[in-house]
Write a protein that binds this ligand. Structure first.
Ligand SMILES: [Zn+2]
Length: 330
């Protein structure tokens, strides 16, 4: 076996990727790891794809791991293509946490490559039973499943447990802290779930209709009893046509819907035009496929403050915005 073959063989071993040797070879071969990655790593590097996962890993592992999120606030995961820097981050990861369910549709190849190289990875949604998953029922697109599961507190709790187990595997010494943090997080999710149900109950029944840019809110609608209508389908990859727009305008007028909503990760132009044509107001901006910005917060259950870049802050912001707009009396 020549030295190249030996190198290639070792290259595929998981342990090889977290070693400094790997970094040195990558540095020689492609001209560089970041400065940070060639320093002695104290905490394991967890690379996550979305803001929801960044928050989830941070809530569970705190400062016990270094978290690198490929997408930031306002970034649409359906359209996101990995950069060469992302590929390098993925190659340096001790663990990759991605969402799955085809949410990161254009990252499939990069994640597959990392997997082939033996880098540990987990789809946060991998343990959700099929019975809880919504599909669009459209056989033309192979009945795609709806990936927006973070809007269901019950399903997000399952994702918490899946990621918790993987983090314990990564850092067994921190098991008790990780389990304690998971317990706290699950309690917070339940608190927000109950609070959200009580908030939505304030909207008159015939107004519980949520019109948004794309079909991201079906799990929220199912859990909270809101009828949900998106201009675009479950992915933002296919733009709505003129007929879709005209139908939505008719629907808004016929159903006497008082307000519609724009989303932080989708261009709001089409929704503004629809609002104008339907003579309704924009009820606010909802966080759909990305959490909110860092450093801003919102008041939630029991007067508690929630950061907008957290799952709790995202839910409180969305529910408050929806209830204020749809619950207004004429
Ligand atoms: Zn989406």
């Amino acid at each position: 076996m020549n030295s190249f073959t030996t190198l290639t063989k070792n290259f595929l071993k998981p342990s090889f990727f977290s070693s400094k040797l790997f970094c040195s070879i990558v540095t020689l071969a492609i001209g560089g790891c970041s400065d940070k990655s060639i320093e002695e790593k104290e905490e394991p590097l967890v690379v996550v794809t979305t803001t929801h996962l960044s928050d989830l890993v941070h809530s569970l592992a705190g400062d016990g791991v270094e978290i690198l999120s490929l997408m930031g606030p306002g970034v649409d995961p359906h359209l996101y293509k990995p950069t060469s820097r992302d590929l390098s981050s993925l190659a340096n990861a001790d663990l990759i946490v991605f969402h799955g369910m085809m949410l990161e549709g254009r990252m499939g190849q990069a994640l597959e490559q990392a997997d082939k190289k033996g880098i540990q990875s987990i789809a946060a949604t991998s343990e959700i039973p099929n019975s809880l998953v919504l599909s669009d029922g459209n056989e033309e697109n192979d009945g795609h499943v709806d990936p927006h599961v973070w809007f269901s507190p019950r399903i997000w709790s399952l994702c918490v447990k899946t990621v918790m187990k993987k983090l314990i595997e990564l850092d067994p010494q921190s098991e008790s802290q990780i389990r304690d943090k998971a317990k706290e997080l699950l309690q917070e999710i339940e608190l927000i779930n109950k609070w959200s149900l009580a908030q939505v109950a304030r909207i008159p029944k015939d107004r519980r209709k949520l019109v948004t840019s794309h079909d991201a809110f079906r799990y929220l609608g199912k859990d909270l009893g809101l009828k949900v209508i998106g201009l675009q389908g479950m992915s933002t990859k296919i733009e709505a046509g003129l007929a879709d727009r005209a139908n939505l305008v008719d629907f808004i007028k016929n159903q006497h819907i008082p307000a519609i909503f724009v989303e932080s990760s989708v261009n709001p132009a089409a929704m503004h035009e629809i609002a104008k044509e339907s003579s309704v107001f924009i009820g606010g901006e909802l966080f759909s496929d990305a959490l909110g910005p860092r450093g801003e917060s919102v008041v939630g259950p029991n007067g508690q403050i929630f950061e907008l870049d957290s799952w709790g802050g995202m839910m409180v912001h969305n529910v408050t915005t929806i209830v204020e707009a749809l619950g207004k009396s004429d």
